[in-house]
Write a protein that binds this ligand. Structure first.
Ligand SMILES: Nc1nc2c(c(=O)[nH]1)N[C@@H](CNc1ccc(C(=O)N[C@@H](CCC(=O)N[C@@H](CCC(=O)N[C@@H](CCC(=O)O)C(=O)O)C(=O)O)C(=O)O)cc1)CN2
Ligand SMILES: [Zn+2]
Length: 765
């Protein structure tokens, strides 16, 4: 029996990697310094897992930006436009774009990794694509760990997941047609790893958690049969996570791999299917992912034992591994740093380091029932689990009753959009192609340092608020000067769009250092929802009212929606997510009502995680979409017809959920479309989406400043397919990650492009 960790967080205990990369980007440190800090983080991670007693530890789970991007480099799949660059400059240009002297290249697209808040860079494929092996990173990391006495299992992304998550950059071919070209490169890679003396390779194929068509299944079969014929000693672990193997199970069990990993947190029922499956061969090792890599709750050891016992009836102990459900990339690093958490709640939690310990302890208890240290851990585990079941911190009867009493009417606006639209146009009096931004303005070092000082007590509340008010006023004047129509207050008072709300709602706790990577160097501290959610008092009303008082332009109220608050938090697992989401929706509904009462005429309820919450398998979509849409509608429907409700979504594909997007019935939706050159609009066009829409024309994830001409062209593209009176002009998303100089120029260009469109539209009438 072995313990297996599918991957470990790479940001460093105190986000050392983030800081090292960002200072490197600023030109303040050398490549060598960055490389040293990276190496230290890797070594620390390996030694930590090793010390805790984990048997199978990953290498190549480290990345300077993203593991899919690393895979592109490994396979020599580098888009043409980066071919004049080399090394780290090329690597970071691929991730963030580059703009200097004679070089102006846009970044690769970024999108959500399955149903997580982690973003990967999307591989780009052309029909005559060629591949070539560059295994340097994988070799070096294996050697580094080996020097510490650890024979790691390199982890790589499998060919089918790689190809299917990538994007064809020309029409008329399917990425899977590249399989024949890519398999020999994977073959060379596996041989290279074999030659290093690695005992195992972990090949991640989470695409197996989705509905694969015949071609996809065939590709899986062909790939692993190819790998099976390589004549290598190294053993293959096939890892799927985030859902069951489902329809892909029979195929999977017949593949010539040594180990099959199961995510038993997301899909417990597959165990029964597998153990009774005629194709299960007793030589196969099953890696049981029982410790949740996606949430922070302590593992229930007793439940895990039941799972292991069930497998022991069918397989010999040496063919049973115990592990994390998925990589721990999605989990914060170390609970020991949380000195301010309520101890009652803290005892219910486990972060990455504690999860490794859980995996090892479970294994120990299974193989050695008399191990006293492990028995003591089992005892504390049982106490914690029981304490959570019976704690009176969790339940609030008033909240439960309110959820049960929700009526259909409360989830519906008073009138249909066509009626609202007219009233809103009269009330708001906006020009054609109204310009707006998505909410946040640059979170400068100063703003963050005020918050840090306020939190550590060296800045008092009045001074902190005064500084924030000044910053807000500054942002408003800048927007007025640039000529933006609908203003925002800038969100300077918020650390994060979800954490900020979590901090002010009952039923949530938040961490001091519970960072999780979102993309590149950007991290989030997801709040923890441990109990019934309610809003003790208004959250944003004072800020919005203050901001509105400073300007004659309309000020958008700015809220995070219930689905996104749910999706970007660690959610309690003792009741259905839908129930928790509805509780949050009621809290936001009260906030919306209060904003309206305070004179705010336009209220944006952000739902960037709406799409991400979609289950991986289509059979579960309707259930989710029903409660998610309803939650949004509960939060947004208390207002008068004249009050304009906006929503915002980024990184979403809309094609297959456009019906539900339309059912949200937001008066205006702003979306991210610029990196895909407006491709994401297609869904709205085909559906004849009736409400107003702001397709993003400015890629805010890149420091690159888009030109007026560029944005004009994007708007013309939009205007060709969407009626003019439905269109808004805005960036892809909020501007908090940008700096002021580039933001100002980009927004000036944006307003110019809108004005140009307006003049043209009037001339045409
Ligand atoms: N939750 C969430 N998910 C999301 C998004 C989002 O906005 N929020 N946006 C999409 C893209 N993802 C993003 C995720 C994070 C960030 C981001 O900007 N993160 C910041 C941290 C934001 C934050 O929590 N800031 C805190 C803490 C800031 C901090 O680092 N403070 C320093 C001290 C600062 C000083 O003394 O000067 C420290 O702790 O060391 C604050 O402002 O208060 C970062 O990584 O840099 C942006 C986009 C999708 N998913
Ligand atoms: Zn966004």
């Amino acid at each position: 029996m072995k313990s297996i960790i599918l991957g470990y967080p790479r940001i460093g205990e105190k986000r050392e990697l983030k800081k090292a990369i960002e200072t490197y980007w600023k030109g303040k440190t050398s490549e060598e310094e960055l490389s040293n800090i990276s190496k230290n983080i890797r070594e620390k991670n390996w030694l930590e897992q090793n010390k805790l007693g984990a048997d199978l530890i990953s290498s190549n789970d480290f990345s300077l930006y993203d593991q899919m991007l690393d895979m592109c480099i490994t396979l020599g799949c580098i888009p043409q436009r980066f071919s004049n660059l080399t090394g780290l400059e090329q690597y970071f240009a691929m991730s963030r774009g580059i703009q200097k002297e004679n070089v102006d290249v846009i970044a690769m697209e970024m999108t959500k990794w399955f149903d997580t808040n982690y973003h990967f860079l999307v591989p780009e494929f052309s029909k005559d694509q060629s591949f070539s092996l560059n295994a340097e990173k994988i070799i070096n990391e294996h050697k580094e760990a080996f020097a510490l006495g650890i024979n790691t299992k390199p982890v790589i992304i499998g060919p089918v997941t790689f190809l299917l998550l990538g994007k064809e950059k020309e029409s008329g071919f399917n990425s899977l047609e590249l399989l024949d070209k890519i398999l020999p490169i994977y073959g060379q890679l596996i041989k290279t790893i074999d030659a290093l003396g690695a005992e195992y390779i972990q090949i991640d194929e989470p695409i197996l958690a989705t509905d694969l068509d015949m071609k996809g299944q065939e590709a899986v079969k062909r790939s692993y049969e190819y790998f099976g014929n390589l004549n290598t000693k190294v053993k293959l672990i096939l890892a799927n996570y985030f859902d069951c193997y489902g329809e892909n199970l029979d195929l999977t069990l017949k593949l010539p791999v040594d180990v099959i990993h199961l995510d038993l947190v997301r899909c417990r029922k597959q165990l029964e299917d597998i153990l009774t499956h005629p194709s299960l061969n007793r030589d196969k090792i099953l890696s049981l992912g029982v410790v949740d890599g996606r949430n922070i709750w302590k593992n229930n050891f007793k439940t895990s034992f039941q799972v292991i016992e069930q497998v022991k009836e069918k397989l010999p102990p040496e063919n049973i591994w115990i592990g994390t459900s998925c990589s721990l990339l999605h989990s914060p690093l170390n609970l020991d740093f949380e000195t301010e958490l309520n101890p009652e709640i803290k005892q219910w939690l486990a972060f990455a380091k504690q999860k490794v310990d859980e995996v090892v302890t479970l294994k120990t208890l299974v193989i050695d029932k008399n191990n006293t240290a492990a028995i003591e851990k089992l005892r504390t585990n049982t106490v914690a689990i029981e304490s959570r079941k019976t704690s009176n911190l969790i339940h609030n009867e008033i909240v439960k009753e309110r959820v049960n009493a929700i009526t259909e009417e409360e989830a519906r606006r008073k009138n249909v959009f066509s009626i609202r639209k007219e009233k809103q146009h009269k009330a708001l009096n906006l020009p054609l192609f109204p310009t707006t931004t998505i909410g946040s303005f640059p979170q400068t070092k100063e703003v963050r340092s005020w918050r840090a000082k306020f939190k550590n007590g060296s800045l008092d509340k009045n001074e902190y608020n005064k500084l924030l008010k000044e910053e807000t006023e500054k942002a408003i004047r800048i927007q007025e000067d640039i000529g933006i129509d609908v203003l925002v207050h800038g969100e300077f008072e918020r650390n994060d769009m979800v954490e900020y709300f979590g901090e002010q709602l009952d039923g949530f706790v938040f961490t001091q250092n519970g960072w999780v990577q979102s993309y590149g160097t950007r991290c989030v501290k997801p709040p923890i929802i441990y109990g019934d959610v309610s809003r003790p008092k208004p959250i944003t009303v004072e800020w919005s009212a203050y901001a509105q008082s400073l300007s004659n332009n309309w000020m958008k109220g700015m809220l995070t929606g219930p689905v996104t608050i749910l999706q970007w938090s660690f959610v309690r697992n003792d009741q259905p997510r839908s129930e928790t989401c509805t509780q949050i929706a009621l809290a936001i509904r009260d906030e919306v009502s209060d904003l309206e009462k305070a004179g705010i005429k336009i209220i944006q309820i952000d739902e960037p995680a709406f799409r991400e919450g979609l289950p991986l398998r289509k059979e579960n979509w309707n259930t989710y979409l029903n409660w998610a849409v309803k939650a949004f509608r509960i939060s947004s429907s208390s207002v008068q017809d004249e009050t304009q409700i906006h929503t915002h979504m980024c990184y979403s594909e809309f094609n297959d959920i456009i019906h539900s997007i339309s059912n949200l019935d937001a008066d205006v939706i702003t979306i991210e479309t610029s990196r895909s050159q407006m491709e994401l609009l297609d869904a709205f066009v085909e559906f004849k989406y009736p409400n107003e829409i702001g397709p993003g024309v400015y890629d805010i994830h890149s420091p690159r400043v888009p030109s007026t001409e560029e944005m004009k062209q994007l708007l013309e593209k939009a205007q060709a397919v969407i009626p003019t009176d439905q269109l808004w002009v805005n960036p892809d998303c909020g501007l908090k990650t940008r700096n002021w100089p580039e933001t100002k120029v980009a927004l000036e260009n944006l307003v110019k492009s809108a004005k140009h469109m307006r003049i043209k539209a009037l001339q045409e009438v």
